[in-house]
Design a protein around this ligand. Structure first.
Ligand code: ADP
Ligand code: MG
Ligand code: MG
Length: 251
């Protein structure tokens, strides 16, 4: 069953009108893991941000259908409630709001959208307690303020923790591997693998191959100059490791 269908998606930078995405096509089905790789500046992050409705970009053409709904008509909050999750790129500190309260609010907003009853603080605690193990987080993490004094590794773990708690039909992970040592990467990968089911899907964006050793992709795509120019299996990634991105245009 198709989860996301992107056709001819074009987008410009809102301010300068500079074109960045130039006709992206991508289909993601339930249960699949997709990886988008590509040189720095090829438009990977822009694509991710356009999918979740980031205001820095303006869509100028094409369509994005998620679970049968036209996502381009939705504000970012609606997209998230519909089950399209992206780890927050520049997480802000929210003074006076603990992680657990923040997650409880976000979780209840999603429950409401799904027509399910909200969870009170005690029930919610019961629900998320065991999810800490998934990302190797200590319980005191829940009572810290949102993102206050997090190290780089803790931020990444927190992103995956949010995903595990809130649930998503499609999780977009942009450079979840950047700046992580191999142990932290293994933890993050274990958590991502732990939330994968036959029903949900992951779109991973990475500049490096390392992540793909830990999370097995169904498909690997190469983005170049605002388009997906090649799609295949892991062997694409291996070829790039050998020969670099320059082999793509020649291929
Ligand atoms: P990638 O994630 O593949 O490294 P990006 O999507 O971040 O690439 O960027 C693609 C191109 O668009 C780059 O040249 C980048 O400088 C430019 N760009 C992206 N977003 C902005 C922005 N908000 N303002 C100015 N330039 C941008
Ligand atoms: Mg970049
Ligand atoms: Mg990027």
């Amino acid at each position: 069953k198709i989860l996301l269908e992107v056709k001819g998606l074009s987008a410009v930078i809102s301010e300068s009108k500079q074109p960045i995405l130039k006709g992206v096509n991508l289909v993601i089905k339930e249960g699949e893991v997709h990886a988008i790789m590509g040189k720095n500046g090829s438009g990977k992050s822009t694509f991710a941000k356009v999918l979740v409705g980031h205001p820095d970009y303006e869509v100028t053409g094409g369509s994005v259908v998620f679970k049968g709904e036209n996502v381009l008509d939705m504000v970012p909050e609606e997209r998230a409630l519909a089950g399209l999750f992206m780890s927050f790129q520049s997480p802000v500190e929210i003074p006076g709001v603990s992680n657990i309260d923040f997650l409880n609010m976000a979780y209840n907003a999603r429950r409401k959208r799904l027509g399910q009853p909200e969870l009170g603080p005690i029930e919610f605690y019961g629900y998320i307690y065991h999810k800490l193990d998934l990302v190797n987080m200590k319980v005191d993490f829940l009572n810290r303020n949102v993102n206050e004094g997090f190290s780089g590794g803790e931020r990444k773990r927190n992103e995956i923790f949010q995903l595990a708690v809130l649930g998503a039909d499609l999780a977009i992970l942009d450079e979840i591997d950047s700046g992580l040592d191999v142990d932290a990467l293994r933890d993050v990968a274990k958590a991502v693998n732990g939330i994968l089911t036959p029903k949900n899907s992951v779109l991973m964006i990475t500049h490096y191959l390392r992540l793909l050793e830990f999370i097995k992709p169904t498909y690997v795509h190469i983005m170049e100059n605002g388009r997906i120019v090649e799609t295949g299996d892991e062997s694409i990634a291996k070829r790039i490791e050998r020969a670099g991105y320059k082999t793509i245009s020649a291929a």
